[in-house]
Design a protein around this ligand. Structure first.
Ligand code: MF3
Ligand code: CO
Length: 260
């Protein structure tokens, strides 16, 4: 069952996602060689609570932390730990917040210092593919149109699309229907309607699309250990159009011209 949100509920979703965007902006200030992913997690948890929210992932299906922090070949669901970031790493920070009973969900992949040009290009293309997908998230189109747009954009540039993990509906629950794959055929899948809120989150690999889930049950990496990128926005279908509820503006304000 797909829950349609009222305009008032969409504004509550916007507030949750605003705090997610600000938290990602805080992360942008701290990401540098030497900081551990657990330290980033603690900073994010404190920031979210100080701003009247609760971590949305902590305790979800037993997940142990506030953020998912996924370095290099880790695609998503990396568990924060004692690993210290190194120059040349890429690090995906996925953040969820619950505020006023509604979830915000957004992710950004950052560079740690100077990163190899081919990896930077992977990040750029993945971020672009998110916005290409969002262009299709309008009333009357279908979920398959969104996935097809992301897939063709990335595959045309030589990258591969992860199949086992998808975007999702989002609202009072972090994961609601529908499933939002980053691949698909145009004109297939559920029809997009006003009031739908979906998280679109391309997970794109430099090498092959195959994944491995580590024995912790969460950490999801590329089988070939080549790098992967992940960007995510929560989007509402409102007034026929895509209304992006989360925001990269706080991140990009901090990164300035270093922004990809
Ligand atoms: N943004 C991710 C997702 O939508 C993060 C979920 S991590 C979990 O699936 F721990 F909350 F499951
Ligand atoms: Co998500």
């Amino acid at each position: 069952m797909i829950y349609l949100k009222t305009d008032e509920e969409i504004e509550l979703m916007r507030e949750s996602n605003l705090l997610v965007g600000k938290t990602l902006g805080e992360m942008a200030k701290w990401i540098a060689p030497g900081i551990t992913t657990l330290k980033l997690d603690k900073i994010a948890e404190e920031f979210i609570r100080d701003n009247g929210g609760e971590p949305g992932f902590l305790g979800y299906a037993g997940y142990p932390n506030t953020l998912c922090i996924s370095v290099n070949e880790v695609i998503v669901h990396g568990i924060p730990n004692s690993y210290a970031l190194r120059e040349g790493d890429i690090v995906s920070i996925d953040c969820g917040v619950v505020k006023n009973g509604f979830n915000g969900d957004s992710a950004y992949t950052f560079c740690v210092g100077e990163v190899a040009p081919e990896v930077k290009q992977l990040l750029k293309t993945t971020k672009e593919s998110l916005y290409i997908g969002i262009e299709h998230a309008v009333e009357g189109k279908r979920i398959g149109d969104v996935g097809h747009a992301v897939q063709t954009y990335c595959e045309a540039r030589g990258y591969s699309v992860v199949r086992e993990l998808c975007g999702h509906g989002v609202g009072k629950k972090l994961h609601e229907e529908p499933n939002v794959p980053n691949y698909g055929r145009p004109g297939t899948g559920p029809i997009l309607k006003n009031g739908m809120c979906i998280a679109i989150e391309p997970m794109i690999n430099l090498g092959s699309r195959n994944i491995v889930i580590e024995r912790d049950g969460w950490t999801t990496r590329t089988r070939d250990r080549k790098p992967a990128a992940h960007f995510e926005h929560t989007v509402a279908i409102k007034g026929g159009k895509a209304d992006i509820l989360s925001s990269f503006e706080f991140v990009e304000q901090v990164l300035g011209e270093k922004s990809i």
